[in-house]
Design a binder for this molecule. Structure first.
Ligand code: LLP
Length: 433
């Protein structure tokens, strides 16, 4: 089975042309053969902050947010950035300042958002909300709970009653649509744990609960979706539900179509934000509801790179290994989803290439960042893994007791730390010997 149909999967050795790749990445480019991120030389960043290092382009992030805003400008809309994709406070603050709201899935994510803005544009998805989570969100006066189970309706209603509040809710519908993506990140089929399949029943029940106010309808069918057809299929199912709801006297304020639009990592050909808007717009306009979207990956993936250095070259009779100072701890996607992410040199050379498998130094054979890559490598070389802005740092761990890397935000030739590199002491903070 092709585990990961929407990302390039590896068979033979892979050659990536760094120029062609970066031509498709706004604000990541070679100047005089040296990689620059939003105008800052990658080598300068590595020597100032050391590696492994997450680096983001402020202008690339804003470019994507603005692309969403302009593509959907013909209708009332709200872009709710999926915090899980990149939860750094500076990134959240930047997005909030430019009008984004947030899709959260935990109390922790809400607490992060509240560090930089208020809860008014927050939608709260997630299958396991506890009464404590719900109380925290009600106190923050969030915009809407995306409800994923019948029992959650009772729980939100009772917590709201205790706090003497009314909770605004949407039902997250499980539309039973195949997003045609990796099974781990497909969420809209009826055997997935997400959403409610029998949504009408859930709305009828929600209507009977006095401390709930029904405001919307929601779905999120998966991630790294390249085609528009799954979004259209989901929208059609939701429109049918909206019609049925209106017949039983339930009127809505918004429709939330979730996130999920994919990006190019190597040579994938995702539909653009504009394609998505153009295809959905006629039906959305006819509905007359405010449209919410929850993009994560599409806003930040290609705005971020992970810089890493080659520590060891270990050619063997069977395979040539290049051990980098980044590993599955800093970037889990290749190990977890067999994702093929581009690894390009920070300096272009004419040196002859060889086939290398780039690995971290973690004690797991799955700790592979790039299998069979044709690259010219020497010890000490600086490399960039592109597409790392989404689900990169946010999925990083301290496994093998590795301090997590620093995060840097670049803006038109300037750079600043937005998260310090962890220290050794950070590794055991909170532990009691
Ligand atoms: N809304 C909800 C309710 C979600 O669960 C997600 C992602 C999003 C929005 C944002 O989806 P996006 O626009 O980023 O595709 N770690 C995986 C991706 C997991 C996505 C989980 N949900 C990866 O690295 O591929």
């Amino acid at each position: 089975m092709d585990l990961n149909p929407n990302e390039t999967t590896m068979t033979d050795s892979l050659t990536i042309d760094p120029i062609t790749l970066t031509d498709a990445l706004p604000f990541i480019e070679y100047r005089n053969n040296h990689l620059h991120i939003d105008g800052v030389n990658a080598h300068d960043l590595a020597s100032t902050y050391q590696t492994p290092l997450y680096v983001y382009s402020k202008n690339a992030i804003l470019g994507q947010l603005n692309a969403y805003k302009s593509a959907f400008s013909a209708i009332n809309h709200q872009i709710c950035f999926a915090v899980k994709s990149c939860s750094n406070l500076a990134v959240l603050k930047l997005l909030a300042k430019h009008g984004a709201g947030f899709d959260i899935v935990s109390k922790g994510e809400l607490a992060r958002v509240l560090q930089v803005t208020d809860g008014k544009k927050v939608v709260y998805s997630g299958v396991g909300k506890t009464s404590d989570d719900i109380a925290f969100a009600l106190q923050a006066d969030i915009d809407c709970f995306n409800v994923e189970a019948m029992s959650e309706l009772d729980l939100i209603d009772s917590v709201a009653k205790q706090l003497n509040k009314k909770a605004r809710i949407s039902i997250r519908v499980n539309p039973d649509v195949d997003a045609k993506t990796h099974p781990y990140i497909s969420t809209g089929m009826r055997d997935n744990k997400f959403g409610i399949y029998n949504a009408i029943h859930a709305y009828q029940y929600a209507k009977s609960l006095t401390n709930l106010e029904i405001v919307g309808i929601d779905c999120h069918i998966g991630s790294q979706i390249l085609e528009i057809s799954p979004f259209k299929d989901a929208l059609d199912k939701i429109i049918e539900l909206i019609d049925e709801l209106s017949k039983i006297g339930i009127k809505l304020h918004h429709i939330d179509l979730g996130g999920g639009l994919g990006v190019r990592y190597i040579d994938e050909n995702p539909a653009s934000i504009q394609d998505l808007a153009d295809e959905l717009m006629p039906k959305l306009k006819a509905l007359g509801l405010t449209v919410y979207l929850e993009p994560g990956r599409n806003i930040v993936a290609n705005a971020g790179v992970l810089l890493t250095k080659v520590d060891v070259l270990k050619p063997t009779e069977f395979k040539n290994f290049a051990v980098t100072d980044a590993s599955m701890c800093e970037l889990l996607r290749p190990a977890l989803y067999q994702s093929v992410m581009a690894i390009i040199p920070a300096t272009l050379t004419d040196a002859a290439t060889q086939t290398w498998t780039l690995v971290g130094s973690v004690c797991e054979s799955s700790d592979v960042l790039g299998d069979n890559r044709n690259l010219a490598l020497s010890v000490g070389d600086l490399l960039a893994i592109t597409g790392a802005g989404a689900y990169g740092f946010s999925m990083a761990s301290n496994y093998n007791s590795r301090p997590r890397p620093a995060e840097i935000l670049c803006d038109n030739g300037t750079h600043r730390t937005i998260r310090q590199r962890e220290t050794l002491e950070d590794l055991w903070r909170g532990e009691c010997a």
